[in-house]
Design a protein around this ligand. Sequence first.
Ligand code: ADP
Ligand code: MG
Length: 901
Amino acid sequence: MASNAYRNGTSSHKGTIKPLAASNSSNGKSSSFKSRLPPSSNHSPGSAPLRRSNSAGGSDGVPGRVRVAVRLRPRNAEECVADADFADCVELQPELKRLKLRKNNWDSETYEFDEVLTEFASQKRVYEVVAKPVVESVLDGYNGTVMAYGQTGTGKTFTLGRLGEEDTSARGIMVRSLEEILANVSPETDSVSVSYLQLYMETIQDLLDPANDNISIVEDPKTGDVSLPGATHVEIRDEQNFLELLRIGEAHRIAANTKLNTESSRSHAILMVHVKRSVLSAEDVIPSETDKSSHFAKLPKPLVRKSKLVLVDLAGSERVHKSGSDGHMLEEAKSINLSLSALGKCINALAENSSHVPVRDSKLTRLLKDSFGGTARTSLIVTIGPSPRHRGETSSTILFGQRAMKVENMLRIKEEFDYKSLSRRLEIQLDKLIAENERQQKVFDNEVERINLEAQNRISEVERNFADALEKERLKCQMEYMESVKKLEEKMIENQQKNGCDGFMKDKCNGEGPGFSVVDDVAEVKKLLDKEIHMRKEAEEEVNKLKSQLRQCTDSGEGGDSEILKLQQALADEVHQKKKLEEETIVLRSQLLQLTFEADQMRRCLGRSGSTNGYGGLESPMSQVRDSLNGHKTPVAALFEQVGLQKILALLESEDVNVRIHAVKVVANLAAEEANQERIVEAGGLTSLLMLLRNYEDETIRRVVAGAIANLAMNEANQELIMIQGGISLLSMTASDAEDPQTLRMVAGAIANLCGNEKLQVKLRSEGGIKALLGMVRCGHPDVLSQVARGIANFAKCESRASANGIRSGRSVLIDDGVLPWIVQNANNDSAPIRRHIELALCHLAQHEVNAKDMITGGALWELVRISRDCSREDIRSLAQRTLNLSPVFRAEMRRLRIEL
Ligand code: ADP
Ligand code: MG
């Protein structure tokens, strides 16, 4: 409807169109009521930038010409009669938006308008064409004006003010505008209020409050905006509310009858609708000095738009002389015309771009200052009647409309920054942020706590795993070691059985092959040791790492006390672990020592393969060690130095029986070496060994301990110490308890060594040493018997020496203790060592006359005789002969028995 462009004053209809005098360029650009609508300020994408009013800081406006429509009233009843024979004075061409005003039957003048509305135009159409664009602008924040101009009785009030109570289609522009406004505002954020005024004889009356009959116009000195602060503003909630107000206003309206139309009003009625809307600017944000990323920077700018729709139902525009008024009525007509003619003058001035526009000449022009030549979107509807009788009035109305079309307004949005709303929204936003911050802080705290807990759990898990792994590794090593020891022992026993090899440390020698396997085992244990050392190193590194972590924690002050305590605990654990590992290492080293020693023995054995040393027993390990000391240190000695005696001795008290056994073995081996004996005793080794003998019934321990003591007992100084520390009773106890021939062999060997000490004779005997010795013959094992015989021989030798020196007298305690029957019985034993020891013992006993009698009764004389005759050892044989010859008792008895040497 509004799209067809038209060029005002540029029509080519020669002669038929009266060119308008002041058709200016801005008119030429205009096309329709809607074509130059200010851009919508709604936030539709792609919309043109918002224009700001002065109050909002903007200054540019959008050009917007006053739009003018002409509406023809249908003939009324009177005209139908009076003008029945005459044609209408106007002819409308709505499709061309043209109007022809007849001059006479053959001539007419053509005028173009923005819209030409025929007598058939509906109220709805009139609203949509004339008022709707203005109302939409008002909703967008622009001021708007819709004004009806025309002769009395042509339908101004009909067009604007009809309430349409009986017939809704008859509703005029006022009602429809309010309907549209109410439908588009939001009751929460927007408000609509109205004032209804009447301008009559240059006085403004409040139609909503008749007592308020002289309202003054106030102009804002800064913006020039006009307002009526004295007028009643009634807030409109709904349409009914508004209709009620209009009715009230209508009732108050002064309507003076005129000759032309008794219903027409001679006053100007002005309805002002104030629309206040809150909007958020999409493109503007609240500037933030601090931080672009802050929440505040993203707030859309709150704006408030205060626009005004002015609907003006002017008084009739007819000339005064036509009104036929007089007296008061004449004055009234003048006043009415004052405002109207002032309006005409202003419009003329504006249409001609005159430098002076006499706005201040009347109240009407002051009130309409913004509507013509101002910032409002303005639509004018000029109403005309068809009657040729009023052709002159119709013509002047048309010309008024034509001039008004040239008035160019500069539309500006009435927008202000909404500080109140901003502050309200900021407060809400702030509260939200505070709440959100609090929530997030809580979440953050929880998260930190969770991570801490998790980290602690992980640390403990790692520590646990580490400890477990360490323990496993330790057990594995121990198992492996035990395995290899077991294998070695098995081999040893096997070898022993095969070769019947004698001697304390020669048990394992049985020829060629197995020797290499021992070497392998040693290598294996060495490997284990290396592994253990490596593990220890790792543990040490771990400890250092933890230490440095602890240091870091302490330095940085991070982590709580609990963390430090935890680390300290871990550190302590690590230290403990390390200590354990060190012990482990010592054990392994001692084991290695033992094995190395045994391997040594084995090698030596293999070296001498076949050449059995008949004089085995206790002397052999000693001599072998001594051999090995020849020139360079044995591996045992080297290891001994490496590990340290104290540590080895400490292991004697280890809770682990295997560890104890190996430690004892090592000590025993060391004790075999004379050079070590003193150190062992000094370091308390002897005491430890005796303790072991006292406290343990474990056969292996007892065997090895006894062996060690036996080795130590070879040294005279140690012999006394052994005695002082109750060694004899301990050995005696073991002698009576033990079943294992090897144990008994060692015990017997130890006692035998002690028997060789003259100073200890009495004590040894009084503590049951002899009886213990003798008791062990029950076992029958030649090794044991050999040691028993050696002991007895040693004892007998010392006794005989003491007697010779006059230190002792009387019968031999050996005889007292019942030794005689056994030695007599075994004097010719098959085993050479036993035989020799007994032969010596018999010789020593025979040295003293006090023993002779008992010896004779015990059958020893026969044995002595045999020795003197048959003994393979020359020295013993001659000793026996000498002894028998020197003893009167023996000689007498031999004589009696006719024995000759
Ligand atoms: P004005 O306000 O200009 O003095 P009114 O609006 O009072 O004129 O109209 C005068 C009379 O003409 C009224 O009775 C009105 O109903 C009637 N009238 C005006 N315009 C029309 C129209 N377009 N169609 C029908 N009747 C009309
Ligand atoms: Mg009227």
